[in-house]
Design a binder for this molecule. Structure first.
Ligand SMILES: [Cu+2]
Length: 158
């Protein structure tokens, strides 16, 4: 009696397994997703940008400096970036994007790439939302037209 019950159970389980096979998702979508991820560099591989107020080299002899409008704390702080050419003259011909997140919980506070806005003095401005204390990162992408000329990341603690 018990044996017959066990055999029935086994048969049910096995038929369930074979039926499950055709329902596995097609691998096409997964392949495309992986390809897309492989094309982007991991944040950890990007150079760490020098601290606030220090010169950071860009291609063609240009450089940039950055600073916050206040000591970073919970809430919104403004990241200010100035770009200078080889003659130390401020320029505003490039485009900059900033992407903030917490490296320890990547993706949880990801802002996505946000374009800096130029003020009337040619300073690039980006609001950054600090929603919890800890280590934060802002990835900067400098573009000349659509061509990326530099990427790096600012690290700071709140
Ligand atoms: Cu967090």
């Amino acid at each position: 009696m018990l044996n017959r019950y066990l055999i029935m159970l086994l048969v049910l389980l096995l038929s369930g397994l074979t039926q499950a096979v055709p329902f596995t998702p097609a691998p096409v979508e997964q392949g495309q997703h992986q390809q897309h991820q492989a094309s982007s560099v991991k944040p950890e591989e990007l150079p760490v940008i020098k601290p606030a107020g220090k010169k950071n080299e860009l291609p063609d002899g240009c450089h940039f400096i950055w600073e916050f409008n206040q000591t970073p704390k919970m809430g919104t702080v403004i990241l200010r970036v100035q770009i200078f050419d080889q003659n130390n003259k401020q320029i505003s011909t490039l485009k900059i994007e900033g992407r903030s997140d917490m490296p320890s919980m990547r993706g949880h506070h990801d802002s996505g790439d946000v374009a800096f806005k130029l003020n009337h003095q040619g300073v690039y401005l980006l609001p950054v939302n600090i929603v919890m204390p800890g280590e934060w990162e802002i990835i900067l992408t400098f573009k000349e037209g659509d061509r990326v000329i530099y990427r790096g990341r600012i690290l700071f603690r709140v």
